[in-house]
Design a protein around this ligand. Structure first.
Ligand SMILES: [Zn+2]
Length: 256
């Protein structure tokens, strides 16, 4: 495997053929477990000729999926390293320790790279031509786009408990028959999305106005605009439309 350099400026990826990425002065430099080098350059660093600085979402359609996944991993490692420079207990500067972690030389507190786990759940009711999906709109979605319900897990909670809590809080309904669909690292900025399918048990949709603009049941032949094809939400929706929700979709883009 050849070593690659993955360069970020803030949350923008430097997009260019590997051979044309110049040597740079980096403010953060990390050797990733898979061997590549992740670099973060200062916001005021000039963008070199032949390089484009592009947000990861915008970079998605322009990269092969494996390269995009690799850039997402680099982004998550850089994000963690940049956010864990000092001890959370006593504010002493942390030092590297085994297992890619960091240790406080003053109080011994140790931290290891981690991410924020979120669940996403696609809720179905009915069968055949009558099948419907519960989809919702968050105010920060693009106009017209609806998606599955998602939310972060809380400390001490299982994935299944998080699904039931989020569905109750955001939609006011209950679900059952949870099925694992797949997972996806989500580098905005440091998430892991764990996706489930579920069936409606009871209750009428009452979207939580603090989180959602709208939520409705949509028939498969009358779906609204859907999220971009980079997210597991969309993969699940595509599987539902194709009638293939019984085949788990694993994220296989894990080797770089
Ligand atoms: Zn400390």
């Amino acid at each position: 495997m050849s070593e690659r350099r993955i360069i970020f400026q803030g949350n923008r990826l430097w997009l260019a053929p590997e051979a044309s990425l110049p040597e740079v002065e980096a403010e953060l430099r990390l050797r990733l477990p898979e061997g590549h080098l992740a670099l973060r350059v200062a916001e005021d660093h000039p963008v070199p000729e032949g390089v484009e600085a592009v947000g990861l979402r915008d970079a998605f359609p322009r990269m092969d999926p494996e390269a995009w996944a690799r850039a997402g991993r680099a982004s998550q490692w850089l994000e963690w390293a940049a956010g864990h420079r000092f001890c959370g207990s006593c504010a002493t500067a942390l030092e590297p320790c085994e297992g890619h972690g960091r240790r406080c030389p003053a109080c011994g507190r140790t931290v290891f790279p981690s991410n924020a786990t979120a669940i996403i759940v696609l809720i179905q009711r009915g069968a055949g031509a009558e099948r419907e999906l519960a989809l919702a709109r968050s105010p920060h979605f693009k106009p017209g786009v609806y998606s599955a319900i998602a939310g972060f897990t809380e400390p001490g909670e299982s994935l299944e408990q998080a699904v039931h809590r989020e569905v109750a809080e955001e939609l006011g309904i209950r679900v059952h028959h949870l099925r694992y669909f797949g997972s996806q690292p989500w580098p905005f900025p440091n998430g892991l999305m764990v996706a489930f399918l579920a069936d409606h048990l009871d209750g009428e949709l009452r979207p939580d106005p603090a989180e959602l603009e709208d939520a409705r049941w949509f028939r498969l032949d009358a779906l609204p605009d859907l999220p971009a094809p980079l997210s597991i939400a969309r993969w699940m929706l595509d599987a539902a439309v194709a009638g293939k929700t019984d085949e788990p979709r694993m994220n296989t883009d894990t080797h770089g």
